[in-house]
Design a protein around this ligand. Structure first.
Ligand code: SF4
Length: 734
């Protein structure tokens, strides 16, 4: 694999990619590709009006948008030029939102499944009929089994309001968000227990002297303003250190790339910290002032020599030392990135703790380049459902496990409870914007859970693999057609000005067909379930205004201000944070007080470890059916090392399928990408491909579904989050 882009050239290219929109590229692909995409004729924007106030949800970063609309039809999406967050830039997915809006496969009407679950035969019904049936079935479940008879799987902004309803009014403890248990929950709770705050991605990369990313593939996992900060840091001369078994986009630009053995990161971090402590290269002043339990921590990490970690991590000891020295020489102005998708191996809480402690040792809090607390505007209102029930304790709280669990209940506990009816039956399931078939490991168990339900209701914008299991399927207005929660934040690092911003998602066009918003759907359900008196707002506009009102803002005012309210910001620096190097609370709960390395199973002979991650052109499974994005990336190439490929008789472009160590087959195929940029004992694919729903006419069978092959679940003991990279596969030539 030839990689010869200079960093300068890369920065130019990447800035353009992030900032100026690969729209022309995706439309060109679409022109040449299998799906006809109408191109916009020159000069056609003359008669369009610009509608402000949009907020993207092609991923969950929520960039601010404007729409070019003519005769009620959205012709083009652009970044809101008033935005001090993403500016006028959108990523490829953001631009391609227009193809989601007008996707002919979108859900249009309420539908009832007249066939079997998993093999649906859809019949269009009225909203009245659909809501009556949902209300009746859900109420019957509550009457028979109590509120714990319902499980809810929400995802995305539109699921917040219904999630509060099911948790606080219906009173079910069985609520599980993929964004926590399969993604960033473990990160947030590891840092919370260490510095008292969830880190988000509040690292001041634009002003850093060193950016340290562990498994972060910046540039592939694109979030526009975050990518801008990363690029600005590199432009300003920051050194880049990337630790990753794979030669990711960011590894290709790194000053130091450590190709670590998967799952051993905590050992490397412990050795690095031990080296800094032993050689007095840490920020003793910061540790004295803000550190708790440093002596116990020092003692606990003392066995971790560079040599011991090097052996465990399969990397040179000199490289661990080199990184530690680089960080120490540039401390405190270093960005120790907390990562985002961080549920990897089931030992992830300890890795998160170790990362936070490393930042603490370097004093990298509240300083330019370091971790800075969110300092966005405050003073907003809340929309609260009235409480109908005493909250029932979630399963893990009853069992006194996973004490550091994110909000909700770990998904596998809900699933096991539903399948076994122990400790109680779960007989109805509400899925709102989530696709648990392709987010939760062990698909067959998820299907078993769904099959034993008395009732399954799904609300979504598009069909997905889980909607095949719905009894009633409700079409939701997309992010381009509805109001929604506010987005607020701050800006100081990408411009000279310190400013704060507030916006609220506003529709760019009206919803077509019979699509409805979440407040309508949920309120109508509440009425039919006997909870009418708990309804907090009558319309989604009322909800947004209620949130804005205490800050003297409103939808009307935001509209007058082109969708974004700006106000003076605050100095982000000087907010130093206490660090729990050793936590007595964790000890009391039965966990190690200091960050501790837990080894994971090795790759069995004859198998390869299945790694998966994000790509810049898709947001998991959500965007697979998008014609432009599909044409730009129709399937997920299987990264495989040159030597491994040779051993297996594979060459670049060969079609393959996979079978995992438990005999589960991928079912679909993809092509091989032969590269030295992956460890010899691993393969890597992008997440979210290989959908099975025939209603997704663009995406069906395109690529390999990683989740189908993830049948071994490593549960993080502290949080209950799901480590999903302990699965091993064999390649099968197709
Ligand atoms: S990063 Fe891209 S997909 Fe995500 S919100 Fe921004 S424009 Fe949309």
């Amino acid at each position: 694999m030839a990689i010869n882009l200079t960093r300068r050239k890369f920065l130019k290219t990447a800035s353009i990619a992030a900032a100026s929109v690969p729209l022309s590229k995706v439309t060109a692909h679409a022109e040449a590709g299998v799906v006809k995409t109408p191109l916009i004729p020159k000069g056609s924007f003359k008669d369009t009006k610009t509608v402000t106030g949009g907020i993207c949800e092609m991923c969950f970063w929520r960039c601010q948008l404007v729409g070019k609309v003519r005769d009620g039809v959205l012709k083009k999406i652009e970044g809101n030029p008033k935005s001090i967050d993403n500016g006028s830039a959108l990523c490829a997915r953001g631009n391609a939102g227009i193809k989601l809006l007008y996707d002919p496969d979108r859900l249009k009407y309420p539908m009832k499944n007249m066939g079997k679950r998993g093999e649906p035969k859809w019949k269009r019904i009225s909203w009245e009929e659909a809501l009556d049936e949902c209300g009746k079935k859900l109420k019957a479940t509550v009457d028979k089994h109590g509120p714990e008879g319902i499980a809810m799987f929400p995802h995305g902004a539109s699921a917040k309001y219904p999630m509060h309803y099911f948790e606080h009014v219906v009173g079910t403890p069985n609520v599980s968000e993929a964004s926590f248990f399969q993604c960033r929950g473990v990160r947030d709770y590891a840092w919370l227990s260490t510095i008292g705050a969830a880190p988000g991605e509040h690292v001041d990369m634009a002003n850093a002297k060193v950016i340290f990313g562990l498994g972060c593939h910046f540039g592939e996992n694109i979030h526009v303003s975050h990518t801008k900060r990363y690029l600005k840091g590199l432009e300003n001369g920051a050194k880049l250190v990337i630790v990753d078994p794979r030669f990711s986009a960011s590894a290709s630009k790194a000053d130091i790339w450590m190709q670590i053995k998967p799952g051993t990161d905590t050992a490397m971090l412990l050795a690095m910290m031990n080296y800094l402590v032993e050689n007095k290269k840490f920020n003793a002043e910061y540790v004295d002032e803000y550190g708790e339990g440093f002596d116990e921590f020092k003692e606990a990490i003392s066995p971790w020599t560079l040599e011991k970690a090097a052996k465990e991590c399969d990397v040179p000891a000199a490289q661990i030392k080199e990184i530690a020295d680089l960080l120490a020489a540039n401390a405190p102005n270093v960005s120790i990135h907390p990562g985002r998708f961080s549920s990897w191996y089931g030992n992830d809480f300890q890795r998160g703790r170790a990362l936070a402690c490393l930042a603490g040792l370097l004093g990298a809090f509240g300083v330019p380049g370091g971790f800075v607390k969110g300092i966005g505007p405050g003073g907003f209102g809340k929309v609260k459902w009235g409480h109908g029930h005493e909250a029932i304790k979630a399963l893990h709280r009853e069992a006194k496990v996973h004490h550091q669990s994110p909000a909700g209940t770990p998904t596998d506990l809900i699933r096991d409870c539903a399948i076994t009816s122990k400790p109680y039956p779960i007989k109805s399931c509400v899925v709102w914007g989530q696709n648990p078939i392709q987010t939760i490991p062990n698909q067959q168990k998820t299907i078993d859970m769904l099959m034993q339900m008395d009732f399954v209701m799904c609300v979504d914008v598009m069909p997905t693999d889980i909607t095949m299991y719905a009894d009633i399927l409700l079409p939701e207005a997309s992010y381009l057609e509805r109001y929604d929660y506010i987005k607020k934040g701050t800006q100081w690092d990408l411009s000279a000005k310190q400013q704060q911003y507030v916006s609220a998602r506003m529709p760019l066009v009206e919803a077509e067909f019979e699509r409805k918003d979440q407040v309508y759907i949920c309120n109508e359900l509440a009425k039919r379930m006997g909870n009418e008196e708990a309804i907090p707002v009558q319309t989604i506009e009322e909800m947004v205004d209620k949130i804005l009102e205490p800050a003297s803002l409103s939808i009307k005012k935001l509209n007058e201000e082109d969708g974004i309210h700006l106000q003076p910001g605050k100095d982000p620096y000087g907010d130093f944070l206490d660090i729990n190097f050793f936590s007595e609370d964790l000890v009391e709960q039965g966990y190690p007080g200091a960050p501790t390395y837990e080894p994971i199973p090795d790759v069995p002979k004859g198998y390869l470890r299945l790694l998966f991650g994000r790509s810049p052109l898709h947001s998991f499974n959500r965007t697979q059916n998008n014609a432009w994005l599909h044409n730009a990336m129709p399937e997920n190439p299987v990264w495989i090392h040159d030597k491994t490929a040779k051993l297996l008789g594979l060459k670049d472009g060969d079609r393959i399928s996979m079978v995992n160590s438990e005999g589960v087959e991928s079912g679909t195929t993809s092509h091989v990408k032969v590269t030295p940029g992956i460890r010899e004992d691993c393969v890597f694919i992008a997440h979210g491909h290989g959908t099975q729903n025939a209603a997704m006419t663009v995406a069906k069978d395109a690529g390999i579904d990683d989740q189908k092959l993830v049948t071994i679940l490593a549960v993080d003991p502290e949080t209950g989050c799901h480590g999903m990279r302990n699965n091993f596969i064999k390649i099968v030539k197709a």
